[in-house]
Design a protein around this ligand. Sequence first.
Ligand code: NDP
Length: 253
Amino acid sequence: MISEQLFNILVYIWIGLAIVIFPVLLKIIVPYGRHTSNSWGPKINNRVGWIMMELPVVIVFSWLLFTGDALKSLPVYIFYGLFMLHYINRIFIFPFKMKSKANQMPWIIILLAICFNLLNGFFNGYWFGYLSPEYSISWLYDPRFIIGMLLFILGMYINITSDNKLINLRKGGKKGYFIPYGGLFNSISSPNLLGEIIEWLGWALMCWCLPSLSFAIWTMANLIPRAVDHHRWYHHRFPDYPKNRKAIIPKVL
Ligand code: NDP
């Protein structure tokens, strides 16, 4: 059993690592999807890759949550349910909808993502399974819970509808890449990544604990650099790419 004090120190180190990795990710292009490269070693089918990368967080989080002896009330089951809703889409729906041109991704990306997901699953699962104080039912009426949940739902909606829009650009057997238009795509290049950030910020707010905050920080550290890479790639690939479009935050970045 890990003491709460040691656990919190470990989460602070984990958050510190995300802050250190953020500028590193701004300098390198992570090679999957449109950025796939042959210089990152052996590769694997990307559908299998997505499932392998994301499944560990579900297993570890669920195992620790349900085997731990902390008292669990309805709010915790709602946090867990929303978390699982996201990952059911990411593991069992999203990979089978993709019509990817480069349908391979490097093993090294999968291994790094598995490490991330094991640790993220550990921190959140151990917290809710073993250490978290019991949430009272009145937490369901707390503005942090309500606003957090609304943000989560909004973020998930933006994430899934934007992923669908991108995937549908290849409808009818079309191949290659196209400029997406409509909705948030008129303001930013990666609404799907913005949606995912909003989702986990909302989840952090409704859970109101250090491990959920660490997940939101890691999501930003991963996805802001990826959105910047996508944005540069669009400009490089399409000379007529809309000039007023930003990478991930309308009018700002
Ligand atoms: P992308 O936006 O690069 O791609 C999503 C899908 O749409 C892919 O199948 C891609 O094909 C296709 N696509 C994208 N742009 C175009 C275009 N212009 N024309 C035609 N097809 C296109 O998403 P990411 O790979 O960056 O992320 C995928 C999902 O995973 C997102 O929902 C993201 O939020 C999530 N994610 C979460 C992370 C986290 O840390 N929580 C980390 C990374 C991703 P192709 O594969 O051929 O490029």
